[in-house]
Design a protein around this ligand. Structure first.
Ligand SMILES: [Zn+2]
Ligand SMILES: [Zn+2]
Length: 701
């Protein structure tokens, strides 16, 4: 019978092989069969490997069996044969002895610790019960001295074994038991025993100092897949103190490449200092002194060149007058002593008053120290932490005009240093932020241009993130936030990033994520869609419209419109009716907005009705559920409303989701590579965030 099945398979082979195969099928008893297989092997010679491969790829049992039988004693078993023999090894129609012998043959020469060996073993024991698997593994182990791959398969098996809950007696697999114990009884599974959290912690405390024991305990808890808010909070707090992140896979601490954000320079009235650099205004014996030093040398030390001598001399003359008064009171005859003494007192008081008035600095002394720092200290300093900290302290203080030239130069220097990697990005973003805060006109375009340079790889992206973090802390208004989002999104799209790239960047750089509101993926997708369509302008037949990107370039107009419609996509000005100023149609992410009416779907029929005189006259337009009043015939506006609602709500918005189809681009991994680190404990790729659970970075090469 088997010969009939096998015959078509060996039809093309030489007759010697054909008859040897026939000999195997007709052999009677195991011993004779072994003999026949040996003969077949001899007949095959060096074609044995290709012949075996051919048989293993068949689905019929006799062919697979013969393939496996030919494996023991064969030289040159390669990866291809191993791969193709897994399926026949799983085949329960074949005799167990054949599969055991083949498994042993396949395991020989494989790395005993490797995945390959484990795969082989798994194929061999597939579909069996726990007890049978252990028996079979023991059979293989006898010959192989218990290889590590065997341990791997055994460990897998242990997760399948069922345990009984000591509290409620229910029977569950090990993995589910850990969850059950924690969620139901607040207990942990340690080895085979259930422990309360306190017991488990106490056991650790015997071996470790308390802080480390608590961290290890929480790591262990979360690593087992158990959810515990307190453990996450404690790990994050600990990570924030160390300026490290927490691995999202194994909850170990992961170092963060960027140093912590810089603190502003220390200030006191008339004094500002950071990292050993200082400007100090003081008064010694009535004389104003100025001291300027960098961390390595004294730049200036002496009388303040801008302070006048008037107060000091006034005080001297006041002393002289007082003395004259005393002498006069003692020496002159009555009544002249009184007159002269009084006159002397009056003059000396006047002089003292003048001195105190003149010695009062016309400016706030701290502001003056700050201006001096920008004029004389900062130009002498290299880019770095000191300059950045002085800049942070200068925000909203001092005179922006005095420092603007020095600030521009400091920014140029810091940008160069950051490009070369000589300073961290956190030394650059405070300078950018100071310039933003000093700019009286519209500083947003400069900020966006800087973001563009970062996103194109010219400067580190963390500098832009730092700048946006300062911007966020400044609590910008609704319109400012919407404008910034549109402008940043435009730059990101122009540099070739898609929606998912932007979302990923927002995860890796949280300030970017909050400025671009990457949590709202749909809103972002609509913005990207409008950007994609900006050149084709498919809305043109309905009338001219400005995209939100075009509108955002005008600070005044966008502040006005985005305040009420922060999800604006297109802006269309309706034709003017009579003497009224033209109204605007706002085409937003949520729908179409006209006056107070918001339409979410095309209204179908739009009806116009003339109102009776006693109801105030004019016209009423029924737009979906809304009723709108007009004094002049609203014909042209009704036409526009119809056209826009059909196009925008019926066609445009539903198509916006299409941009979500494109997956991340190659640019993303380039932009993320500076922040991706490896977890020291589990070696997985992680984007560490200081004081936070890090972000998984599986897609990054
Ligand atoms: Zn239980
Ligand atoms: Zn890890």
């Amino acid at each position: 019978m088997t010969w009939k099945v096998l015959e078509p398979l060996v039809q093309a082979d030489p007759s010697a092989i054909r008859s040897a195969v026939r000999g195997v099928t007709e052999a009677w008893g195991p011993k004779a069969r072994r003999q026949a297989v040996q003969e077949l092997a001899l007949a095959l010679g060096d074609q044995r490997a290709t012949f075996v491969l051919r048989l293993l790829n068949e689905t019929i049992a006799p062919a697979r069996r013969l393939g496996l039988e030919l494996l023991p004693g064969m030289t040159g078993i390669n990866a291809n044969i191993r791969r193709n023999s897994r399926e026949p090894l799983r085949d329960r129609r074949l005799p167990h002895a054949t599969r055991l012998a083949a498994t042993k043959a396949l395991l020989r020469g494989l790395d005993p610790t490797g995945k390959g060996a484990a795969l082989m073993l798994r194929a061999y024991v597939a579909g069996l019960g726990r007890k049978r698997i252990l028996e079979r593994l023991d059979e293989v182990a006898k010959e192989f001295d218990n290889p590590p791959a065997m341990e791997m398969v055994r460990a897998e098996l242990r997760t399948l074994e069922k345990l009984r809950c000591p509290r409620c007696g229910s029977l569950r697999r090990r993995k589910n038991m850990a969850e059950h114990l924690w969620n139901r009884h607040q207990m942990l599974l340690v080895g085979h025993r259930a422990r309360t959290a306190n017991q488990a912690l106490d056991e650790r405390l015997a071996m470790q100092p308390p802080a480390a024991a608590l961290v290890e305990f929480h790591r262990d808890l979360l690593g087992k897949g158990l959810h515990d808010e307190e453990a996450i909070t404690q790990l994050r707090r600990e990570a924030a103190e160390r300026h490290e992140s927490v691995c999202p896979h194994c909850f170990a601490f992961v170092p963060v490449a960027e140093p912590p954000a810089l603190q502003p320079a220390e200030t006191a009235p008339g004094r500002i200092s950071a990292n050993g650099c200082a400007v100090a205004l003081s008064e010694i014996a009535g004389r104003a002194r100025l001291h300027i030093q960098s961390d390595s040398r004294v730049i200036f030390d002496g009388p303040d060149p801008e302070a006048s001598d008037v107060p000091a001399s006034c005080r001297r003359w006041a002393m002289v007058c007082a003395a004259v008064g005393l002498v006069a009171a003692a020496a002159l005859p009555v009544p002249w002593h009184l007159v002269t003494a009084l006159a002397a007192v009056v003059v000396s008081l006047a002089l003292l008053a003048l001195a105190s008035q003149r010695s009062k600095n016309p400016h706030d002394p701290l502001a003056r120290a700050m201006d001096l720092a920008w004029q004389r200290l900062i130009p002498a300093l290299p880019p770095g932490d000191a300059v950045a900290r002085l800049a942070l302290a200068s925000i909203d203080r001092g005179n922006p005009n005095i420092r603007s030239a020095a600030l521009t130069k400091a920014i140029d220097d810091a940008e160069q240093a950051a490009t070369l990697g000589a300073v961290f990005a956190n030394a650059l973003s405070p300078l950018w932020w100071l310039q933003f805060a000093d700019d009286r006109d519209d500083p947003t375009p400069t900020l966006v241009a800087r973001f563009r340079r970062c996103i194109e790889g010219e400067l580190p992206l963390s500098a832009a993130a730092g700048l946006l973090e300062h911007w966020r802390r400044d609590r910008p208004g609704r319109a400012d936030r919407a404008r910034m989002r549109a402008m940043l999104c435009e730059q990101a799209c122009e540099s070739g990033l898609g929606v998912w790239d932007i979302v990923e960047l927002g995860r890796a750089y949280p300030p970017l994520g909050s400025a671009l509101v990457t949590d709202d993926v749909d809103g972002l997708a609509r913005l990207c869609f409008v950007w994609e369509q900006r050149l084709i302008r498919p809305w043109q037949p309905c009338g001219p419209a400005a995209t939100v990107f075009e509108l955002a370039r005008n600070a005044e107009l966008s502040a006005q419109i985005l305040e009420t419609a922060s999800d604006l996509l297109l802006y269309h000005r309706l034709p003017a009716l009579g003497d009224d100023p033209p109204e605007a149609l706002l085409l937003c992410g949520r729908g179409m907005v006209y006056r107070e009416a918001v339409l979410y779907e095309p209204p179908g029929e739009v009806r116009v009705r003339t109102c009776e005189e006693w109801r105030g006259g004019g016209y009423e337009v029924r737009l979906g559920p809304h009723r709108l009043r007009f004094t002049d015939p609203p014909g042209p506006i009704v036409e526009r409303l119809k056209a826009w609602s059909n196009f925008f709500l019926g066609e445009f918005l539903p198509r916006a989701e299409g941009v979500l189809k494109y997956r991340a681009s190659d640019r993303l991994s380039v932009l993320l590579s500076p922040v991706v680190g490896r977890c020291p404990a589990c070696a997985k790729a992680v984007i560490p965030l200081a004081g936070q659970i890090g972000v998984t970075a599986s897609g990054v090469k």
